[in-house]
Design a protein around this ligand. Structure first.
Ligand SMILES: [Zn+2]
Length: 404
């Protein structure tokens, strides 16, 4: 990125190159401060940050979670753009204090023409050009004012999951359920993204970067809405209700030849590997076993050499809330071992079939409730012959593929 900017400015000599690089660094510095605004606000509510990534199209602060209390999310979302507002205010104050009269006059002229939509007069135009085109401190400050103002305006668009969209969601969540608020906000965000893409594609030349950003917003918004949907549907359930009860595990010193045999009788994508004390040390993925076989590794290769320790974030406790346990999963980790308080294996939480199991568990509870209320006459009249829940609601299964 820096190399590209330097190259495109190379016609202006070494000063031009350095100035362009300084401009770029200035912009990214402001983007970083914006992200720190989010991170510090989240920290006040006890939510840590994973990292801050700077992308060619902006920055992303990854938080461990989003505050679920609407006013807290509002504060976290507003904190980023608020930083840019502060930067703009400080720069403008500095500008007013230090620049000369001619510049101030020109700046005022430019501002009025921008607001009224009329063209600038000759004098203003020339001064502005001189300031903005040639390397100067004033030009640099004005560029940053422009960039920061853009950052505020752009981020406050109600395009979930951008800041404005989060503000929108948190306001909705004050009156609606969290799930419903997210659904509406993500659809509004999709509309925004589609509008943005439409305008960018219809302009000449086509503005590819806004198109890219629109695609990113659309994708990220839907992904987060889906995630919220999953989290809300497991709210109140424990790991026990969604796990596959099993105590099948692979001891660390099991050789490759035997490992495959275990799989044939327990077809899962991953199985837990345990140490001599029966404690889980990680998950062994079928794909890794297959890879070891196809790359013709020694048949004496043991489970402890193949086990995935890198992505493993520890087991889920059996009575832990399901929504906590799910957060240990990732694209690589779809099966999580479940242990009792002593650390011994009780089952496997399979993230891909978890929702179905969770729903069956709730159905099961409902059925037990309804059975308890059945009167003895019902039994005599044969009403028990038709189970109350099973045949009536086959359509419910259509949304089980949500987690994929
Ligand atoms: Zn932001």
């Amino acid at each position: 990125m820096i190399a590209y900017i330097a190259l495109s400015a190379s016609g202006d000599g070494i000063v031009g190159i350095l100035y362009s690089v300084a401009q770029l660094l200035g912009v990214y510095f402001c983007v970083t401060l914006h992200e720190y605004g989010h991170v510090l606000a989240a920290r006040r509510f006890g939510i840590g940050a994973v990292d801050i990534t700077l992308l060619p199209i902006g920055g992303v602060a990854r938080l461990k979670s989003m505050p679920r209390i609407p006013w807290q999310e509002l504060v976290v979302a507003v904190a980023g753009p608020a930083v840019n507002v502060v930067i703009v205010t400080l720069l403008l104050c500095g500008f007013l204090a230090f620049s000369n009269e001619a510049l101030l006059y020109a700046f005022k002229g430019a501002l009025t023409s921008a607001i009224s939509g009329q063209g600038m007069d000759e004098q203003t135009l020339r001064t502005m050009e001189t300031v903005l085109m040639r390397p100067s401190l004033t030009g640099y400050a004005m560029m940053l004012v422009g960039v920061n103002s853009m950052l505020v305006l752009f981020n406050m668009l109600p395009a979930f999951p951008m800041d404005g969209g989060r503000v929108f969601r948190s306001l909705l969540a004050m009156f609606l359920s969290y799930r419903r608020a997210t659904w509406i906000a993500s659809r509004a965000g999709l509309l925004c993204a589609a509008g943005m893409a439409f305008f960018a594609l219809n302009s000449t030349p086509i503005l590819w970067i806004p198109v890219l950003i629109a695609v990113f917003i659309g994708y990220a918004g839907l992904a987060e809405a889906k995630q919220v949907d999953t989290m809300e549907s497991v709210r109140g359930l424990t790991v026990r209700q969604a796990m596959i009860p099993t105590n099948v595990s692979i001891p660390m010193d099991t050789p490759l030849a035997q490992i495959f045999r275990v799989w044939q009788s327990h077809p899962m994508h991953a199985l837990p590997v345990v140490n001599d004390h029966g404690l889980v040390v990680g998950m062994l993925h079928l794909r890794d076993v297959k890879l070891a076989i196809t790359t013709k590794q020694d048949v004496l290769t043991t489970a402890s050499e193949l086990v995935d320790r890198k992505h493993y974030l520890g087991p889920a406790r059996i009575d832990e809330p399901l929504e906590n346990a799910i957060q240990r999963g990732s694209r690589q980790v779809r099966q999580i071992p479940v242990v009792d308080p002593g650390g011994f294996l009780m089952g496997i939480l399979d993230l891909d079939s978890m929702l179905m199991r969770a729903e069956l568990a709730t159905d099961d509870l409902l059925r037990r409730d309804s059975e308890a209320s059945i009167e003895p006459e019902d039994l005599i009249n044969g009403k028990m012959l038709t189970p109350p829940n099973l045949p009536e609601r086959p359509n419910d299964f259509s949304h089980f593929d949500q987690t994929n």
